[in-house]
Design a protein around this ligand. Structure first.
Ligand code: F3S
Length: 720
């Protein structure tokens, strides 16, 4: 075991001064009062209490004429005022760094700046600083809270002395976008910064970190946070008795850092206790070796985990070990060699480790698992599964391969305490995060409305719903959402800090899209629906068929030729249409209007009989004749020989497009959709005295004379 002690460990200048002030006051007055514990360390505070210090929560509790020490965090002006009014002697141990922050904040506040303090609102130091501007400061502890601040004309930003620099820099960045004028004063104490930098460095180089300090100490908590991010085997302890022997291995490189309010004597006590534990561990391992059960770590620090100088050290230690082993091998008996070789195969475990194992026994609701360690592990009923009601026998059988988490190396009865439930929980969380990242909707219970949005929680993650994402409409009063459940979707997630920015508006949008998709899917080709013409273009009419628009293409508006869709329908018309095609992906629906109108050919044979004289409009002229529209969508051909009672060279000699002419029906053929017409016959029947010039009247259209095939002729017709 190698212990590396942080060189900045122990009381900072400010804390040392405050402790000295209390001790001096105790000498001078015998009894001294402190407003709250003088430092955040139970052991150090107890030592002062034993000497006669008294902790009070307010000035009212201090007897008139007594002495009070204002701790290094400082205090708001009203505390000083109360002490003066009550004739309480003030021994001001406010750290000079904190006092300076109070002074500059007061000045800027008087100059009309909005004050923003980056720190924890409940921390006494922050309360003291806020006090100098009549409590009107804006206090934010992180980037998210900074985002919720209003915009400022001019603002002044300071920091709690123990804030993590990266957090301060994130808050500063947010404020830069919110202020016309921003003055940033980084008031993070250099002592704190050095300590945090050292913790960062050490935790990267060591495979175990011990952070010593009071749990209520903000700066110690931050050291722990930093170390834990780099070294998963980081332990927060308040005293020597909190050191867990099983958590430390003989070959660990252990870093020790301590908060600014941790006394040196406590650090020494912890280190001494660790050395003592090491001795005990060594002798216990020797005992194990004698039992023939030895272990080898799965999680030894690799060389790449260590700093170059440490690597060097490890390498030389390894060389020495090898030499020692070679020397020893010569001296060992076969039995000793066997024990030593066995030792190399021994598995070493630590709390939090995930291991694979085999179920070896089920006793009642306890499941025994061989994880390759010297002792079997036991999963108690409470740690079996997330399915609480399932029994051990229902969940597992002997021989099952399972994955477990080590909870304790020794549960007190010599067993390794394992959990299957935690593995399930972690897997579930992993899956949940993946699903959320994928855009899954989830429900939150809105807890609070703040200026910029709503706050809530989801499985221990903090959820913020920006005001603009609360609804798809403008929300006047965010308070109306408090206490309600809201379906949301992740728009941003910080997994490491368990923070989610979510949107209800995005859920509404998704629902709208899903409803539209469903609507598209509900339509099938051939279906008849009612619609309203919404928009007309050159190529068709867009028609609302109940929330979605379909297009009636110009060719599907009428059986007859249509120049422009507006010739058939106009905006606002209610129409009945047939669904021709649906594509939910491209959100396109093809509609047919003419399909629900009678087809002209269906009744042509009954309406038009050979010999009938009818009127029609010349629609088109071809070299071999003229196409005449008898009714919308129904055309007949007047062959050139049947255009006039005289011989003509060109159809245009007699007819023009658009002329309304009288024709005689010669033949109606519904199968081939052809109608033969004769204008000449019609003219003759009106004026029987008209005698043809040379040729006799023909009753069958002499199409052959035109020297074109019927196919060619009728391909000119747009008949459907
Ligand atoms: Fe003062 Fe810095 Fe300590 S502000 S109290 S010297 S951490």
């Amino acid at each position: 075991m190698k212990i590396i002690e942080g060189k900045y460990n122990g009381f900072c200048f400010g804390v040392q001064s405050a402790v000295d002030a209390v001790e001096k006051a105790l000498n001078d007055y015998g009894v001294v009062y402190t407003l709250g514990p003088i430092i955040h360390n139970k052991a150090a505070v107890k030592a002062l209490l034993d000497k006669g210090a008294v902790i009070v929560d307010s000035v009212d509790e201090i007897p008139t004429g007594s002495a009070v020490v204002i701790r290094s965090h400082g205090a708001p002006p009203e505390i000083y005022q109360k002490c003066i009014e009550k004739d309480v002697k003030i021994i001001d141990a406010t750290c000079p760094f904190v006092a300076r922050t109070q002074r500059i904040v007061e000045k800027r506040f008087n100059d009309g700046y909005d004050i923003v303090i980056a720190g924890e609102a409940a921390h006494p130091e922050v309360i003291g600083i806020a006090g100098v501007c009549n409590g009107k400061a804006h206090i934010v502890s992180d980037e998210l809270q900074a985002l919720l601040l209003p915009n400022f004309e001019k603002a002044f930003l300071v920091s709690q002395t123990t804030l993590i620099p990266s957090v301060f820099s994130e808050i500063s960045d947010v404020l830069k976008s919110k202020c016309k004028e921003l003055i940033i004063e980084n008031t993070i104490c250099s002592s704190t910064r050095e300590r945090q930098e050292e913790a960062e460095e050490l935790s990267k180089a060591c495979n175990t970190m011990i952070v010593i300090g009071g749990r209520n100490s903000s700066n110690t908590a931050k050291l722990y946070e930093i170390c834990k991010a780099n070294c998963k085997n980081t332990y927060f302890i308040e005293s020597a008795k909190d050191v867990i022997v099983e958590n430390i291995a003989l070959n660990d490189i252990i870093g020790i850092v301590a908060g600014a309010s941790t006394p040196q004597w406590l650090i020494r006590e912890v280190i001494a206790s660790m050395y003592q534990n090491e001795q005990e561990l060594k002798s216990s391992n020797e005992d194990c070796a004698m039992d023939g059960v030895v272990a080898q770590s799965e999680e030894q620090p690799t060389e790449t985990d260590l700093k170059p100088e440490d690597q060097q050290e490890v390498v030389s230690e390894a060389v020495q070990d090898t030499e020692k082993q070679q020397k020893e091998t010569k001296e060992l008996t076969p039995e000793e060699k066997f024990k030593r070789d066995l030792e190399k195969t021994m598995v070493r475990i630590r709390p939090g480790q995930i291991r694979k194992g085999t179920v070896v026994q089920i006793v009642g609701d306890d499941v025994y698992v061989n994880i390759g360690y010297k002792a079997d592990g036991v999963i108690p009923q409470s740690e079996l599964s997330l399915e609480e009601k399932a029994s051990a026998a229902e969940l597992f059988k002997v021989g099952d391969e399972i994955t477990v988490e080590v909870l304790k190396v020794n549960d007190g009865d010599g067993n390794v305490l394992l959990s299957r439930k935690r593995v399930e929980q972690k897997n579930r969380e992993k899956q949940m995060v993946a699903e959320l990242e994928d855009g899954r909707h989830f429900e939150v219970h809105v807890k609070k409305a703040v200026k910029g949005g709503l706050l809530s929680e989801y499985h221990s993650a903090r959820v913020f719903i920006p005001a603009s994402h609360v609804s798809d409409k403008y929300v006047e009063n965010l308070e109306e959402f408090v206490g309600k459940k809201l379906a949301v979707k992740v728009i941003e997630m910080d997994k490491s800090r368990k923070r989610i920015v979510a949107s209800h508006r995005a859920v509404l949008k998704d629902q709208e899209i899903a409803a539209i998709k469903q609507k598209y899917q509900s339509f099938t080709p051939g279906q008849k629906v009612k619609g309203i013409i919404r928009r007309i273009t050159d190529f068709g009419a867009f028609t609302d068929i109940g929330g979605v628009d379909g297009l009636i293409h110009v060719t599907d508006l009428s059986w007859s030729r249509v120049k422009h869709p507006s010739d058939v329908v106009k905006v606002g018309d209610e129409v009945e249409v047939e669904i021709l095609s649906v594509n939910p992906e491209t959100e396109r629906i093809g509609l047919g209007y003419k399909q629900l109108q009678p087809k002209p050919w269906d009744t042509a044979q009954e309406k038009y009989l050979p010999g009938d004289i009818v009127e029609g409009r010349v629609d088109r002229i071809a070299p071999f004749g003229a196409f005449v529209e008898l009714e919308p969508g129904l055309y007949g051909l007047v062959h050139i020989s049947q255009v006039a009672t005289r011989r003509i060279e060109k159809v245009e000699d007699e007819l023009r497009v658009g002329d309304i002419i009288t024709v005689k029906i010669l033949e109606v053929n519904p199968e081939s959709k052809r109608i033969s017409l004769s204008r000449r016959a019609a003219l003759q029947s009106n004026k029987p005295e008209i005698v043809p010039e040379k040729e006799p009247v023909v009753s069958i259209p002499p199409i052959k004379e035109a020297k074109v095939s019927l196919k060619e002729i009728f391909s000119e017709l747009d008949l459907k």
